[in-house]
Design a protein around this ligand. Structure first.
Ligand code: PEP
Ligand code: MG
Length: 591
């Protein structure tokens, strides 16, 4: 242990970081800082390089104190004042939602829904009736919902940013202040924020805001979703050290590595931006199918959520579907859809991909994807609870009916079309044997996700039971590193570049080779072009990711030989942490 050089701890700790994590320090505030002053490390969520002055979003309003209670006879007028302000905010956001397209529009509509939410307004009314001023009533009512969302955890936790945004806009309106959010920038800039709300990011002018950087957020936060859609380089979860950079200071943002560099030589920065633009061109030209420069084939597949997403993804270079997350079709279903109903949904996904391979995953309900009819209500620790295949333990019918529906839908497929089915969260050979038996009774090709470390450790005994496996790096990383995949503070641990995760992947690939069982990867790791090269070097035979991520992966693979990929893998496996793993992998090929 050595004394920390970090002087940026928000809690004022100067020398209490426990160092020797390579370049990363963890201070007592669990913030992640780089030791050097000239760069800040966050989590890169959209690749690309930008060099421009930073510009901070307009500050959020100061939250009001309780203050004097209002008079009883002022209650109606006070609530009317709140309603007018809330309606104005809703109308303004609604107008923006009309202009925004695609996911941005949907995201904005959801925010408008929050401003108009009857439950929230009722809570404000209750507070005003207990003589609180409208501003304070809004804060209290919103806190109640934030508390609920935080307790629910998972995806709900990330929606607390939207709630706070709604609260702040209404308070600013009540006070007659300028709306918080996007600054008026007139030249290319890098947008800095603690976190960005949908209302900020939807409809963002990408000619002006050439990159997004946030202190908070994670790979699934709204900032990341919208940045991906807009194709703007984006880094999230930098921690509060970002605040050291004032508006106007020029920064170099690398959305792949998650680095924000300061004091960069202007010429070098411009060269990095030009190189990135050149890469974008190569990516745009890439047509597939994927192979390394020396011809080693890699099957690139798409992750899809439902028939609509499948139809869109089918137009890409994907050779099929590597992960169809069936649970995402049923998030709002109150009761289990009948076999015929399910079969119709699956049939549409199959139809979109014609005779191409489709890997269907059985319900991964639970944890951050609760499904009313399949999830236990109260669990202390849902990520470690009854989720994935485990839900079938007390309700085998849920699994057998879904498999019946998949088999029924598969009957409509053209001769020779591959329909593979895999179970999430398999942890033991017994589970693998049981699931494979159910699949084969129905003529389906049986596989398992390798996302619980136990399954990777037991790959040699599990493989002979199965026809294929697919590594879910999102959960494999969360469980191997004992770090919540949705926690922004732990993003440095929930990084699939972590050597411990790569070792589990290596073990799985080696077992796959011994038993002649194909090993795919369908977690977010497959979308990272450099990591995709490492996975290729480790022996993975297919990569499945969001369809729009595939060209970057294909273009990267085409630049290297298989031996380069192997050298990258070897270097990454022996690194001290995730950042070093990436650096060493790139150094192994002279980058
Ligand atoms: C994974 O865990 O990597 C995976 C693909 O499954 P999900 O992200 O749906 O949990
Ligand atoms: Mg998973």
């Amino acid at each position: 242990m050595s004394e920390c050089q970090c002087r940026k701890c928000p809690n004022g700790f100067d020398s209490v970081c426990w160092v020797d994590w390579g370049r990363e320090n963890l201070c007592t505030a669990t913030e992640r800082h780089t030791v050097t002053n000239d760069s800040i490390q966050g989590t890169g969520v959209v690749p690309g390089v930008a060099y421009a002055p930073a510009v901070w979003v307009r500050p959020r309003p100061e939250l009001p104190e309780a203050g004097e209670p209002i008079a009883e006879d002022a209650i109606d007028a006070e609530y009317a004042r709140f309603e007018k302000a809330a309606d104005t905010v809703a109308e303004r956001l609604g107008a923006r939602a009309q202009e925004a397209v695609g996911e941005a529009g949907e995201v904005l509509k959801a925010t408008v829904g929050m401003v108009r939410d009857r439950g929230w307004r009722k809570a404000v009314k209750k507070n005003v009736r207990s003589l609180q001023r409208a501003e304070f009533a809004v804060v209290n009512a919103t806190d109640k919902f934030i508390d609920m969302f935080e307790k629910a955890g998972g995806l709900m936790l990330e929606r607390t940013t939207d709630l706070k945004d709604v609260r702040d806009r209404v308070i600013a309106e009540l006070r007659g202040e300028e709306e918080p959010g996007l600054p008026n920038a007139h030249e290319p800039s890098v947008l800095f924020a603690d976190d960005l709300a949908p209302a900020d990011t939807a409809g963002l002018d990408t000619e002006i805001f050439t990159a997004l950087v946030t202190e908070l957020g994670g790979p699934t936060s709204h900032t990341a979703i919208i940045a991906r859609q807009l194709g703007v380089p984006c880094v999230v979860a930098t921690g509060t050290s970002l605040r050291d950079i004032p508006s106007g200071e020029k920064v170099l943002v690398d959305g792949a590595s998650g680095t924000i560099s300061r004091d960069v030589d202007e010429a070098k920065a411009r060269a990095a931006v030009a190189e990135s633009a050149e890469r974008e061109k190569l990516i745009a030209q890439w047509e597939g199918p994927a192979a390394t420069r020396d011809g080693h084939r890699m099957q690139l597949l798409a992750n899809v959520a439902d028939p609509k997403a499948a139809r869109a993804s089918a137009k890409s270079q994907a050779e099929g579907v590597g992960l169809y997350r069936t649970e995402l079709n049923f998030l709002s279903a109150a009761k289990e859809p009948a076999v015929d109903e399910q079969a119709e949904i699956y049939r549409q996904v199959f139809e979109a991909f014609g005779d191409r391979k489709v890997v269907v995953r059985t319900l991964d309900a639970g944890s951050d994807k609760p499904i009313a009819y399949a999830t236990l209500q109260e669990e202390e620790n849902p990520a470690l609870g009854v989720r994935g295949l485990r839900i079938a333990r007390n309700n085998e019918g849920l699994m057998t009916r879904q498999l019946d529906a998949i088999a029924q839908a598969a009957e409509s497929r053209p001769e020779g079309a591959q329909t593979w089915v895999m179970a999430p969260m398999v942890a033991t050979r017994k589970e693998a044997t049981w699931f494979a038996g159910l699949c084969r009774e129905r003529g389906l090709t049986a596989g398992a996700m390798i996302e619980v470390p136990a399954a990777a450790l037991l790959a040699d005994t599990i493989m002979p039971e199965l026809d294929f496996v697919s590594i879910g790096t999102n959960d494999l990383t969360q469980y191997a590193m004992a770090a919540d995949r949705l926690s922004p503070q732990l993003a440095y641990l929930t990084d699939p570049w972590q050597p411990a995760v790569l070792r589990l992947i290596q073990m799985t690939c080696e077992a796959g080779k011994r038993h002649d069982v194909p090993v795919g990867v369908c977690g977010e790791a497959a979308a990272d072009p450099w990591l995709a090269c490492v996975l290729t070097g480790l022996g993975v035979s297919s990569l499945s990711a969001a369809a729009n991520a595939l060209p970057a992966v294909g273009a990267q693979l085409a630049e290297l030989d298989l031996d380069d990929c192997r050298a990258m893998a070897e270097a990454a496996l022996s690194a001290a942490g995730a950042t070093e793993s990436r650096e060493q992998a790139l150094a192994a090929i002279g980058r």
